[in-house]
Design a protein around this ligand. Structure first.
Ligand SMILES: C[S@@+](CC[C@H](N)C(=O)[O-])C[C@H]1O[C@@H](n2cnc3c(N)ncnc32)[C@H](O)[C@@H]1O
Length: 171
């Protein structure tokens, strides 16, 4: 299986490339933390179906902008609400790729990891990734490190590109 050793600055494009082109997994994906849909767009063009999860709490305008940006760009399922609660709408063992980019505090990242990990397919090279694995976000580092150790995940990379992203392959 192709390793998670990526070079470019925009981690999401390379991770998606690895999952869809090299590992040939183009089924369902999810993004948790969508905002106006900037990082959702490449997902929508490459995966059959993409769950987009966000509270969109700050302004209705973010939600409306997102809907406008993704209109006609792919098969999106909008899940509006608290991220760890919305996970129940996604079948277990169904996702090829998960991008976690919602709240960056320790407890929230931990809840998201535990809620969404069962949604990833096992044994096929499905990948989870996320932003801000850096000194400015100690909660992300701690939650991800603890989770990777607890789940005995062998393939983990916490230094993807210049945006300090993390990614792991579900065994
Ligand atoms: C960093 S932004 C996402 C940016 C987006 N992925 C991009 O690259 O353009 C984080 C988003 O997560 C959402 N969010 C934060 N905590 C959340 C939670 N617990 N449940 C659902 N959405 C949440 C916020 O509303 C915000 O839109």
């Amino acid at each position: 299986m192709a390793p998670l050793t990526l070079q470019a600055c925009t981690h999401i494009d390379e991770v998606i490339q690895l999952v869809t082109k090299t590992r040939q997994l183009t089924g369902h994906a999810a993004e948790v933390g969508v905002a106006t849909g900037r990082s959702a767009l490449p997902l929508l063009s490459l995966f059959e179906k993409v769950y987009l999860v966000d509270l969109w709490p700050h302004s209705e305008q973010d939600y409306l902008d997102c809907m406008e940006n993704i209109a006609g760009r792919g098969d999106a399922v909008i899940l509006r609400g608290l991220s760890w609660e919305q996970a129940e709408h996604i079948p277990d063992e169904s996702l090829d790729y998960l991008n976690l980019d919602a709240d960056h505090e320790y407890e929230s990242v931990k809840k998201d990891l535990y809620a969404y990990y069962p949604k990833l397919r096992s044994g096929v090279g499905a990948v989870a990734s996320g932003h801000d694995y850096d000194a400015g976000h100690p909660g992300v580092n701690q939650a991800v490190d603890e989770f990777v150790a607890q789940m005995q995940i062998a393939e983990f990379n916490g230094e993807l590109g210049c945006s300090y992203s993390w990614a792991f392959t579900k065994p």
